[in-house]
Ligand binder design. Structure first.
Ligand code: GTB
Length: 218
């Protein structure tokens, strides 16, 4: 059966592919699995029908017949486990690739999300600038450690894996910022991910949603 994912009907990022459906699209493209997309509005995401799939009223979700999942990391893992191309066959290497997925989501992404939340929600507060210094220091710490580990390698642990896919997705949220630019090897790592044909197909597909929504609004 062709799986269906959900994505923003109108992405606030203007088609930059920063929302988390992008990771899922990319994973599906890497393994060559066709998929359908159901676009949802912010209001629809909070309705019971969507919350039955995603308790927090967010995207992305993944449905395959009666089977449904939420959490982008879990969805990427599910895809990677069932289709060749995103996880090594060797058990130890596979476990390490999964570890990098967790590292991306549990160790690297949280301070990046905190920074975005601070910008959106606390930008008008008198303590905002001071808070940003603290959040940026946390991000810098993570990026320094990650940069040291990656070194001159192309990918985090041998061949490209779901761990790299999720990590590149997380780092893309800092694209264009000084924080990422401070680490040329991480910038090159992100660019290597973006150069993959599967990434480009996923990016184009989500960008088409943006251009279609612009045309519909015109
Ligand atoms: N942990 C969950 C997962 O990984 O699936 C988090 C899901 C999540 O945060 N979804 C966001 C969402 O649905 C979209 S991706 N938000 C709506 C809501 O909570 O009401 C986060 C996101 C949104 C927008 C941009 N952007 O515009 O740049 C970037 C990232």
């Amino acid at each position: 059966m062709t799986p269906t994912i959900t994505a923003f009907a109108t992405s606030p990022d203007g088609g930059q592919g920063q929302a988390r459906d992008m990771r899922v699209r990319w994973a599906l493209e890497e393994v060559g699995l066709p998929y359908e997309v159901r676009l949802v509005s912010f209001a629809q995401m909070k309705e019971p029908a969507h919350r039955a799939l995603q308790p927090f009223g967010q995207i992305p979700t993944y449905e395959d017949g009666e089977f449904a999942l939420f959490e982008s990391g879990a969805i990427v893992f599910h895809i990677a486990e069932r289709h060749p191309g995103l996880l090594p066959d060797d058990a130890a290497a596979r476990a390490r690739a999964v570890t990098w997925m967790f590292a991306a989501l549990a160790t690297v992404e949280p301070p990046i999300v905190d920074r975005e939340a601070a910008e959106y929600l606390e930008g008008d507060k008198p303590w905002y600038e001071e808070h940003l210094v603290t959040v940026d220091a946390r991000i810098r710490g993570r990026l320094t450690d990650l940069s040291q580990r990656l070194g001159a390698a192309d990918w985090l642990d041998g061949a490209f894996s779901a761990g790299d896919l999720v990590m590149v997705g997380v780092l893309r949220r800092l694209e264009g910022s000084d924080l990422l630019a401070e680490h040329p090897n991480l910038v090159a790592y992100v660019e290597r991910g973006k150069a993959r044909p599967a990434f480009k197909r996923a990016y184009s597909a989500q960008y088409a949603v943006f251009t279609d929504s612009q045309m519909a609004a015109a």
